[in-house]
Write a protein that binds this ligand. Sequence first.
Ligand SMILES: [Fe+2]
Ligand SMILES: [Fe+2]
Length: 295
Amino acid sequence: MTDTSIKPRRVRFSWEETPLHWVPGDPFTTHLINVLHMLLPAGERWFVHVFKQALPYIQDPRLKAEVKGFMGQEGTHAVAHQRVLEHMREQGLDPGPYVENIEWIFERMLGDDTMPPIARTYWLKERVALIAAIEHYTAVLGQWILDARPLDDAGADAVMMDLLRWHGAEEVEHRSVAFDLFMHLDGSYARRTRTMMVTGPMIVLLLKRGAGFLMANDPILRGRLRAKWTHYFYRAHQGRVPTLRSLALAVPRYLRPGFHPSQEGDLRQALDYIAISPAHAEFLSLTSETYRRSQ
Ligand SMILES: [Fe+2]
Ligand SMILES: [Fe+2]
């Protein structure tokens, strides 16, 4: 069997102590980042669904093993973020209506039946290219959260920061897999450009609308504070959310001939974080405890 370092890791997060505004006194930053919990479960389940269809076309055993490891990691991420949505619901913020829109996008608009059966291969290549473009952004955001000291300085909840950093670190770790799969199956520069041109603005639009939804439905704010661009620019200036400039500059990097995702992010830093992630350590200690008791 081909060995690959990309494998899902078990984690355990305890949400009991995490407040609704987990960046204290900063509901805007809290909710802008919370949009990820609404996007990722449906999005990452869709990655796994599409990649499962791509598996039979992969000729390289090493890439195939990496794609399987990637699928395991994304499936684990989806479950972890889903739990945060349950916690938000318990705190009186129902993400349901927005999540239903997101599920419609991934399951219907980008689903298997959007194109006629004759276009099956075309549609598979198109969706793999879309995932590669999205994964460029998840790697950029993953590195950003690993570096985001201003959130720690603001007193952001430690469990939430661990979830985001564990996920971000695995995004940096598997940043090349979707791109390598796209290049293996197709690699068309026109498709790479087209899908990235859709992905960048889509991510910004979904984040903006999601933050607006959460701010409007927040049971503490009760409609007194709305999401505004001025909030965004202020928090980006403070380093609590990524700047628009950093998101925009990611596009030409992806489109540069000779680009490879391995040039992005700091793998050593990502793996170092995973080694000390409390969620991963908690799971390991829990399993060894169960094992000891069973002896
Ligand atoms: Fe992920
Ligand atoms: Fe990913």
